[in-house]
Design a protein around this ligand. Sequence first.
Ligand code: PGA
Length: 251
Amino acid sequence: MRKNIVAGNWKMNTTLQEGVALAKAVNEALKGVEPKCDVIIAAPFTHLASINGVIDQNKLGLGAENCADHKSGAYTGEVSASMVASTGATYVILGHSERRQYYGETSATLKEKVGLALANNLTPIFCIGEVLEQRENGTYLEVVKTQIEEALFDLSAEDFSKIILAYEPVWAIGTGKTATDDQAEEMHAFIRDVIAKKYGNEVAENTSILYGGSCKPTNAKALFAKPNVDGGLIGGASLDAESFMGIVTAF
Ligand code: PGA
């Protein structure tokens, strides 16, 4: 059975000290509950090793927000998948729309990153999603299908099974404009069907597909109630332990 997952994406927020305090607060809050989902936080590279020292990774998974598309070498400023793994983090967000939009990440670079993440035993949280224009002109299903096919469909079924997907309509990220439950469900069911056609029903049924984009404690319950929505990738609302926990306990 596929897992329910709530993952926080801190983006470029918090100093090291603030990030460690936030991680501690989430870790502490989790002690009092038995969540019906896996809980993950993805933090800036600079914070990972320190956070690893203050959380119980049996209850709270730790991830990076990116990794390089090369193994090692003369790539000033980049952080490799093996460096991420050496901090104790076990997840990595890849293909976030902000990386695609502002840093020119393409399916070709993402394919390299996914391969390197898997080779270093990191679980990719792979993001896909359409921009507003594609939602409005009706190409959104095709756009997302292509993003998945180009970056992931050269993987073996075994490797594909290690991937967590996150559908994040770009028009919903940080805008306060959440996709409706039905819009999310339509896309998630479609994605599962695309996976089933390539890898078969069993792999498709076991793939966790998270929703992301202005997910909050107030709308998480209805989104997570949809049969193909297996949790959330949470930006803004993950920067406060209480609101993040409000989403975790929505399951
Ligand atoms: P948001 O971000 O929850 O702030 O909309 C989600 C994301 O980009 O992962």
